[in-house]
Each structure stands twice: as C-alpha cells, then as structure tokens.
Design a protein around this ligand. Structure first.
Ligand SMILES: [Zn+2]
Length: 660
C-alpha cells in the first residue's frame, strides 16, 4: 500500500546537504503541501509513495535552495549608482543622501520585487534582509513567494522611515508583532551596527528581539577602522562591547565579522550567534578578509551573503559561494581551506542555521519546508562530469556552476520558477519601473553636483546659516604691544582662547563656487596642553560683499557645519582642483568695546611663514548694522597698536598664494 503525497520529484541527483551529506542518484523527493515528506533513492521513494503530480528532473541536481545570509534587497534600485569609492564617501556622500530623498514604501516594494526576481533566478529560496520600511520588504517578498528574515533597521541618525530611534524602535515592535508566525517571513530587528547605534539602542533592540524570540540582525566588525575606533573609545573590540550592551540576549545574526579574534569567535559561539560572510562586498569595499576557516573550525554557523546590491553589485549566490572558497584559500595560503562541499554547506545548511532557521530550511530532510532548486550541470561550461568521488559534484556546482544553470525553484512547496520562467513576478514591468527610479535619481544627483553648496547641503546633519562678517586685518612686526594694549580700561575682555588652527582650503575650477575651508582647531591651555579638537567646515562666499573706509571688508559666509568626517573624506567627496594649507597659532579674545562685541585675533601664521597679523572681526546678520561695526573696528585696531596704513585686504589663502 503506497502512501499518497502531492508531488514526487524523480530522476534527480539529490544532494540533501544534511549532516552526512547524503546523495541519491537517481534520487527522489516526496513533497506534501509545504513540506518535504521523504528523500531517498528513487526506487525506494517510488515504491513507498504515489502522487498526483510526478516531475521528471531529467538528471539535474536537486538540492536545497541557497540561503543569502545578509543583504539589503531594496538597494537593487541603487545598483551602480556610485562605485569605486571609499566606504565613508560611498555611504555618507551617496547612499545616505539618495536614501533620504528617495526611500519610500514604493521604492522599497519595487526594489524588493527586483531583488526577488534576481534571487529566484539564482536559486536563492531564503534571505536575510536589513533595511527601512521593512514591512514593505516583507509584503513584496511574501507575494513573490520567497522566505526571508526581514529586519527593521534602527540607528541613532534619523532614517528615511523614522525621525528618531524611538520611532523606528516602535515601528520595529509593531512590525514584529504583526508578522510573527507568518509562513514565509520571520520579522526581526536590526540595530545597524555598534558604531551607528547608542548603547541604549543596542540594549533596547536586544530586549525587543528576546521578548518576541526573533533574530537580531547587525553588522559587526566590518572594517579595521571600526575596531580601531571601538578600542580607542571603549577599550575593547566590537564583540565584547556588543556583549556588554546585552546584545547576545537575543538570537544574533552578525554580518561580516571580518576583524574578529578567536576570543570573539568563542563569544559568538557561546551566544549561539550566526555569522554572514560577504566576500564580494568585503573585496569591493576593501574591508579585509574574514577568518572564515577559523570561524568554521570554532564551530560557528557561518553563512554566505551578497550584502546589498550597491556594494556587490548583484545578488548572485553562485558567484558568492565560489568567492568564499577562493578567498579563504588565498588568504590562508592553503588550497585545502574551505573546500567546495564546505562552501556549498555554508550557502545552505549553515546559512539557514545562521538565520536561526535551521529547523525550517537549508537541507532536504523530511519535516523541513520544501525549499528546493533544480540545477543543470550538463551544460557546455560544466562538461564533462566525473563521478569517481562524491565530492566532484560539489566542485562542479561551486567552481563551474552559474546562477543561470538554475532551472526550477520551489519555496514552501510552491513553484516560483519552472524551466527558467518566473511564475510570481513580471520581469519586464519591474525593470521598466526600476529604470524610471534611476532616471529620477540621476536628475537629483546631477543637480546636486552642480555646486559645492548643494553637495555640502546633501551631506545633511548640518545647519545652514548665512551671515556677514566685518573684518579688518593688519600686519604686525611683533605681538607683545597688542597684549599690553588689551589691558586698557576701554576694552572689556569677555573671553580668551588659544588655538592651534590647521586650515585646508579647497578651491574649485569655477571661482563662483566659493572656497571650502576645513578647519581643525586644537584648543590649548596656558601650558600648551590640548584641551579639545574641533573640526569645522565653512563654505566661504566667492566675492566680497563690499568694503568700507580703511580697507574694512564685509564678507559673506554662506554655510558652516561641524566637520564630522575626515579631511580625506571631504577631499574625495568634493574633488577640489587645489588645496592650500594654512597653520597658525591664534590667540582670540571676545571683547566689548563701545557696547559692541568684537573678536580680536592675534595670529602667528606658521604655514606658510607669514608672521604676525591682528584681526578684528564681528558677525552681523544684515548689511545694515555692518557700517557701524566697521567704524568701531578701525578704532579698535588702532587702539591695539595696529596701523591702518598696514591693512591687508587679502586673506591667508591669497597671501599664501603670493608667498608674502
Ligand atoms: Zn550590509
């Protein structure tokens, strides 16, 4: 008496990818409803089961679908937007400004559809995502029929879908509550990374994930810089820091783990955390080489991920699996590292476990969901076939197989692709709509690239403030008389500061763009001890707004912002045609003179060696009161011993340019 099942897949080379790596040829799989009922040699299965539908697999490989352990699927719409840049310029100069402008439920939905079509074509049946508006990722994924861990991002900056982290945390809670228990979607929370989150966010997200027993998805130790900063600021590497914040109270999926040591591996193992290794992304962004073989030896569940399509740039897991094997060999100088069978295991069984879905998917075993693919390994680029060793087939798949060899994909017992035809998504409709987004983003970026000002604004997080400055400057032979003159009773000293100032001026081919000044102020005390360092970025208007008697200038400052990134970042982002460096010692007083406040700057310009200058400056918010301030400035500079015959209208950049 045979047992009835919905579907029998016969005449296949079945790779179960289970613990013992069982293979059956010819093998068969019995599928009932959404699950695998039986797996084994064809003769046995066909004797035991009868089915309404029997599919002849034509000798193809029948294996579990691939698990993409870390990605950001909506970013398909940003694929190819900006490449060959450093991580900070790429992220803060391009990705984040464009995301702030364009990411919406519609964007996320379309990007997810595009990704799902690509993933299905490449034999992926399950992925772990991290993005904004994750509910729309979940919806589009469920409609496409794929399985996914969908993680709602929480970070300390305002995000496209939340003004504050409290908002995104609340959104994550609602999302998890709504989707928990869905047949295909596992809702999850994603504190973006330890360096983009506060300890409070790490703690709150871990508690949320633990409360609902869902995974927590996070980037860990992606770059050496991240680890360096973490050590400097917190005296420990990234994993112990995350542990200290209670992160591992949750079931963690840690993406990257490029720069972790063996102690950190033990912590991850002890916490039951999964790891996603993302070789393309690490190579493309030059993040380094993850210690993959060591993590595997430690017993960690290491999956393989593509990372977002803006840093890869595709979602091709065949390529990723091959790279995982190749890179591990080259880095360890050992060609026996990460053999093909291991690499494929990472993309299936270990990947599913890394996502905390090991009991659901990742192998062909009775009781697991029917997430499976058919792969043709008889095509030209993969012929001939050797059968001497059972591992030959893994080598064929990993070293010669291509995503386009995948002919059929089933998730949760439902076909999503048959004979290379997508059944749940309309490819041409999706690609057309994606092209329309690219057109709009191109227009946005072209407008931004037109001026230094708009590029500065696009960086975000800074305050626009237009102000006028009245300024008079004289050359001095020595500084001491000024110090003496400041003791005069007419001059009330409100504040005094001492700085080492390092300025770099960026100039642009079009002088109308103005000049951008990157300034690092080191405030020092009387004993020359550095009290603090402050970075500032100032866009200085191109032309003087006017001048008054005795060479008193009125200049306009269009914009200034805290410089939270490195000089190198701004150089690569703004691409100036030239740079001029000016270093000086500045004594600065805020004084009151005739009921008005003025800054008195006594500068010794060291780079280039220009000697002493005395400057009186005062900020005005309109041209109207500038006249009066100009008058008092000339009085004040004379009182302090400056001669109006020696006034200089040029700034240090111009003086430097003339070598004076
Ligand atoms: Zn990522």
């Amino acid at each position: 008496m045979t047992q009835y099942t919905d579907l029998l897949l016969v005449n296949a080379l079945v790779l179960t990818m289970d613990e013992e790596m069982h293979q059956h040829e010819p093998g068969a799989v019995a599928v009932n409803d959404d699950s695998i009922l039986a797996v084994g040699p064809e003769a046995e299965i066909c004797k035991e089961y009868s089915a309404a539908q029997i599919v002849d697999c034509d000798g193809k490989v029948l294996m579990p679908g691939l698990v993409n352990a870390h990605t950001h699927v909506p970013m398909t719409l940003l694929r190819g937007l900006a490449d060959d840049l450093r991580l900070d310029v790429w992220l803060m100069g391009y990705m984040m400004p464009v995301e702030r402008e364009f990411v919406s439920p519609d964007f996320v939905r379309l990007g997810t559809q595009l990704a799902c079509a690509e993933l299905i074509r490449a034999g992926v049946t399950c992925f772990a995502d991290m993005y904004y508006f994750e509910e729309y990722v979940a919806r589009a994924t469920a409609e496409a029929g794929l399985r996914a861990v969908c993680s709602q991002t929480v970070l300390k900056f305002p995000a496209p879908d939340a003004e504050s982290f409290e908002d995104s945390l609340a959104a994550a809670r609602d999302f998890i509550r709504l989707w928990k228990g869905h047949a295909l979607i596992v809702p999850s929370v994603a504190p973006h990374a330890p360096y983009t989150c506060t300890p409070e966010i790490l703690r709150a997200t871990a508690q949320l994930a633990a409360e609902f027993d869902v995974p927590l998805h996070i980037h860990i130790a992606e770059t050496a810089l991240e680890v360096e900063n973490m050590r400097r600021e917190n005296g420990m590497p990234v994993v112990p820091y995350a542990k200290k914040q209670g992160l591992f109270d949750a079931k963690v999926l840690a993406a990257h783990c490029v720069h972790i040591d063996e102690g950190e591996m033990r912590t991850l193992l002890h916490a039951g955390a999964g790891v996603s290794h993302n070789p393309s992304s690490n190579l493309k962004l030059a993040s380094g080489f993850a210690p993959v073989q060591k993590m595997l030896d430690a017993g960690l569940n290491v999956g393989i991920g593509t990372d977002g399509p803006a840093s890869n740039n595709d979602l091709d897991m065949f390529e990723e699996v091959r790279l995982a094997a190749f890179v591990a060999k080259c880095v360890s100088n050992d060609p026996t590292s990460v053999p093909a069978a291991t690499a494929l295991t990472m993309a299936t069984r270990l990947g599913a476990r890394a996502l905390h879905l090991g009991s659901v998917t990742g192998t062909l075993e009775p009781g697991k969901r029917a997430d499976l693919i058919l792969v043709d390994i008889s095509r030209l680029h993969n012929s001939p076939r050797f059968r001497r060793e059972p591992d030959n087939v893994y080598a064929q798949l990993v070293y010669a197989g291509k995503a386009s060899d995948v002919s059929d994909v089933m998730v949760n017992g439902k076909w999503l692709m048959q004979d290379r035809e997508l059944l749940t998504l309309d490819e041409s409709e999706i690609t057309q709509a994606a092209q329309e987004y690219a057109r709009k983003i191109d227009i946005f970026l072209m407008a931004r690239e037109q001026s230094v000002f708009s590029k500065l604004v696009a960086l975000g997080g800074s305050v626009e403030e237009e102000s006028f400055e009245v300024q008079v400057k004289v050359k001095l032979d020595e500084a001491a008389p000024v110090l003496e003159a400041l003791k005069m009773p007419e001059i009330e000293i409100l504040r005094k500061k001492h700085y080492h100032q390092h300025d770099v001026y960026f100039t642009f081919s079009d002088p109308a763009q103005g000049r951008l000044r990157y300034r690092e102020d080191e405030m020092v005390d009387d004993n020359e001890q550095i009290l603090g360092v402050r970075g500032r970025l100032t866009l200085i208007g191109p032309s003087r707004e006017g001048d008054f008697a005795h060479n008193v200038l009125l200049s306009r400052i269009r914009y200034y912002a805290p410089a939270s990134n490195s000089l190198r970042f701004y150089r690569e982002y703004f691409k100036p045609v030239s740079e001029i460096q000016v270093d000086k010692e500045r004594l600065r007083w805020l004084v009151r003179y005739k009921d008005e406040e003025f800054y008195v700057n006594l500068d010794r310009v060291d780079t280039p060696q220009l000697g002493y200058y005395l400057e009186i400056k005062s900020r005005t918010w309109s041209r109207r009161d500038a006249e009066e301030k100009a008058h008092y400035s000339t009085e004040l500079i004379t009182l302090l011993g400056g001669s109006l015959n020696n006034t200089i209208t040029k700034d240090y950049v111009e003086l430097a340019g003339q070598g004076k």
